[in-house]
Design a protein around this ligand. Structure first.
Ligand SMILES: Cc1cc2nc3c(=O)[nH]c(=O)nc-3n(C[C@H](O)[C@H](O)[C@H](O)COP(=O)(O)OP(=O)(O)OC[C@H]3O[C@@H](n4cnc5c(N)ncnc54)[C@H](O)[C@@H]3O)c2cc1C
Length: 267
């Protein structure tokens, strides 16, 4: 382990424009206890934290998670929050980056009852708030990039918000789909939500569309057209986000309506 701090603290340059709850949710360090862990995909784990002093968070925000070793060595990384609202239960999903310092520990070793620290909530730009607008919302996720978008999907369904939502999730295989039950639950709750999965390596047996990487054409056929006036949220590895932004621009989308969260990686 090296003592490097995260290169991206996730702090946003632009201010939040939320209501009173958002205004009082100032970022701070909070002690947290691992309340539950579950396999999310073969390479990722869902981690539920109990954070007694958590002030709540908007859908789309993230936090910094800090681990402290017995010798005092600390390492921290940013993680998006899959939950939102005023509760003290904070849900994360961490994908293992092979050779990484923090994520293999979180995926393979962290146990219920472990103590760690979180700093947040962070980010006032990559957020969606129920009732704020009736504009359509387009969500585009690469792999674990669905984590903050799941918070938006759930907030949208729970609030019975009428804004039409579309979710496009790019994954390798059906086993790599994050939060399938939660997304299916939002659809079953009759939320105005259309979901498209693009499988790059293996498609489900019943799929009419063969496996293949996301392309500009498959992106165009799954997302709201440029004239729909949708607010677009894109999240995933940095190369995935950059590629999607390029395609959206080429397809005529107004990039000032696109908000992006980059998880890192070089492709
Ligand atoms: C705002 C924000 C939110 C994030 N939310 C999530 C989340 O919800 N779930 C999640 O799993 N991760 C998320 N990340 C990524 C996370 O912060 C770490 O970068 C990731 O867990 C790797 O950390 P590590 O210590 O294991 O790897 P490191 O030791 O930091 O890096 C090891 C190597 O892996 C590369 N690398 C780092 N991150 C990635 C990546 N994401 N993909 C591919 N290669 C990478 C590095 O360039 C380096 O070469 C988020 C990042 C940001 C900035």
């Amino acid at each position: 382990m090296s003592a490097s701090a995260p290169s991206d603290t996730g702090l946003e340059a632009r201010p939040a424009s939320g209501g009173p709850a958002s205004a009082t949710r100032r970022p701070a360090w909070h002690p947290a206890t691992v309340a539950a862990v579950a396999v999310e995909t073969p390479n990722a784990r869902r981690i539920d934290l109990e954070v007694p002093t958590w002030p709540g968070n908007d859908a789309g925000q993230h936090l910094d998670l800090r681990l402290t070793a017995e010798d005092g060595y600390q390492a921290s990384r940013s993680y998006s929050i899959a939950s939102s609202g005023d509760g003290t239960r904070v849900v994360l999903a961490v994908d293992r980056v092979d050779g990484g310092e923090v994520s293999p520990f979180l995926v393979d070793a962290v146990e219920v009852g472990d103590a760690l620290e979180v700093h947040g909530p962070l980010g006032g730009w990559f957020v969606w708030r129920p009732g704020a607008s009736s504009r359509p919302v387009q969500l585009i996720a690469g792999g674990s990039g669905i984590v903050p978008l799941l918070a938006m999907v759930t907030a949208h369904a729970t609030a019975d918000d009428p804004a039409p939502f579309r979710l496009l999730a790019a994954v390798r295989t059906p086993d790599d789909v994050f939060f399938r039950a939660e997304v299916d639950g939002a659809v079953a709750a009759a939320a105005p939500l259309e979901v498209t999965y693009v499988y790059s390596r293996t498609a489900p047996p019943a799929s009419a569309v063969p496996a293949g990487r996301l392309t500009r054409d498959s992106l165009a056929s799954a997302v709201f057209p440029p004239d729909a006036g949708a607010r677009v949220y894109v999240c995933g590895s940095t190369p995935f986000v950059e590629q999607v932004l390029r395609w959206l621009g080429e397809l005529g989308h107004d990039l000032t309506d696109v908000r992006a969260e980059r998880f890192g990686g070089n492709g």
